[in-house]
Design a protein around this ligand. Structure first.
Ligand code: PMP
Length: 478
């Protein structure tokens, strides 16, 4: 089957390349391959399985619709299944948005909802330009791609997203976040900046594909103030961060920010395709049919989604994600202390990243940022920053002279992913340079399962580290 797949499917296939398995059964955290091997799945359908595979409440909800004789596909007509989904979703929204929210059912993927959000704010403001951030990922359709970090578009102004480890200003911490906000403000207020008032700003509260980078709460609040003061709608892309993943039901709740538009997909469909935007009613200036699509009425996805949202809410799974995520991240930081090749461990809730670096490439700037073979990625986050010699520090303060983080090591990260797979653990890769091993376990993962995940990951790191013959240095890292 794998041979047939590689001879028949597109060269653009992604996960199938690094995960040569044929899943035939799955439950919770576990996937069983056609070869009988079992895997702990910390990829979770790219973060879409809040309750893991085939959770009983999800299966029951799907069976309920199938057995009821209800139509499975009804465009955007009203149905009891859709009505229940909307009520459940609205009950979870941040107060301040819930009171006067509109919902728009979009085509089924996250990228469809991003397109709808961009078009909505353009329609409502009559303006065209957009603000987006370095390292962002919003999808693969043209508009969503244009606001993602790897793209260039005349209509999109790229702003710095604060991050400690590879801070574009070389400071990290609060100072880095302050400088990032200041840059945004000055672009908007300088009449000669070349940036006219945009139609909206789109931001991920935690960058996922960009390498698991949580936005500092204070910075996100500042983005809210800056946009509100200038009448710019703020779009929060919660496609990956939503439904408890980061330790709050919606990741914007950590900062208390109420966006004007929220883009939701992945977990809201309870493992089936579903995407919506919810937004303040003042923005609802569309003409009828201004944004349509055939597949906006997936009843099974709405039923599975309702069951998922309700289960996460009733069982406090966001709180559980916060606590367990903190423990797992702390343990991984311990692992990071043992290996010089682990440059950083970060995350929020059960969205966790471990960045692998190459200490063999100079940190004096000569090789930094281009040891990945991708020419530096072009997002400006490593090379070309205004401060040449700044080693980011974690919690504010001064710049440590003459040092900067080692370049990312995507080869090692891929080796760790392979070693994980050999040990029956499925992990995701991400980050600007694909040097970040990502964990997105279901929110239902037990303490014992979390231990098993961390044990396998630690063994995989040891094996990959040994294989590239760079000695395990013991606890020598600061
Ligand atoms: N936004 C974010 C933040 C995402 O993480 C993704 C998918 N990884 C998307 C949008 C696009 O979603 P989809 O792949 O369903 O189009």
């Amino acid at each position: 089957m794998l041979r047939r797949q590689s001879s028949r499917e597109s060269a653009a296939r992604t996960y199938a390349r690094s995960l040569p398995i044929v899943p035939v059964r799955a439950r919770g955290l576990t996937i069983e391959g056609a070869d009988g091997r079992r895997y702990l799945d910390c990829l979770s359908g790219a973060g879409s399985l809040a309750l893991g595979h085939n959770h009983p409440v999800v299966l029951e909800a799907i069976r309920g619709v199938l057995d009821s004789g209800a139509p499975l596909h009804v465009l955007d007509l009203a149905t009891p299944v859709k009505d229940a989904f909307t009520s459940e979703l609205f009950a979870t929204l941040p107060p301040g948005l819930a009171d006067s929210a509109r919902i728009q059912f979009c085509g089924p993927a996250g990228t469809d909802a991003v397109e709808a959000a961009l078009k909505l704010v353009r329609t409502a403001t009559g303006r065209d330009g957009l603000l987006a951030f370095s390292g962002a990922y919003h999808g693969m359709t043209a508009g969503a791609l244009a606001v993602s970090g790897g793209a260039h578009s005349a209509r999109v102004t790229r702003l710095p997203y604060p991050q400690d480890y590879r801070c574009p200003f070389g400071t990290g911490g609060e100072q880095g976040a302050r400088l990032a906000a200041r840059w945004t403000e000055s672009l908007l207020d300088d009449p000669k900046s070349g940036v006219s008032t945009p139609a909206g700003m789109i931001v991920e509260p935690v960058q996922g594909e960009g390498g698991v980078i949580p936005a500092p709460d204070g910075w996100l609040r500042r983005m809210r103030e800056i946009t509100a003061d200038r009448g710019i709608p703020l779009i929060a892309d919660e496609v990956q961060t939503g439904v408890g993943r980061t330790g709050a039901f919606w990741a914007v709740e950590h900062s208390g920010v109420v966006p004007d538009v929220m883009v939701l997909s992945k977990a809201i469909g309870g493992s089936l395709p579903l995407a919506v935007i919810v937004y303040r009613e003042e923005l609802d200036t569309w003409r009828p049919g201004a944004h349509a699509g055939t597949f906006r009425g997936n009843q099974l996805a709405m039923a599975a989604g309702t069951a998922t949202l309700k289960y996460v809410r009733e069982n406090g799974l966001a709180e559980r994600a916060a606590q367990l995520g903190e423990r797992m991240t702390a343990q991984l930081r311990g692992l990071g202390d043992e290996y010089e090749r682990i440059g950083d461990v970060r995350g929020r809730g059960l969205m966790i990243g471990v960045e692998f670096v190459d200490p063999g490439v100079g940190r004096d700037g000569a090789g930094a940022g281009d040891g990945t073979g991708d020419g530096g990625g072009g997002d400006g986050s490593v090379d070309g920053g205004p401060i040449e010699d700044g080693r980011p520090i974690q919690d504010g303060g001064s710049v440590e002279d003459g040092a900067r983080p080692h370049p990312a090591d995507p080869v090692l990260a891929a080796a760790v992913q392979r070693e994980c797979l050999r040990r029956g653990l499925i992990v995701e890769l991400g980050g600007r340079h694909a040097g970040v091993v990502r964990l997105l376990p279901p929110l239902t993962i037990s303490d014992e399962q979390a231990e098993a995940v961390l044990d396998r990951l630690a063994d995989a790191v040891a094996a990959a580290d040994a294989a590239i013959q760079r000695p395990h240095r013991g606890s020598t890292k600061q």
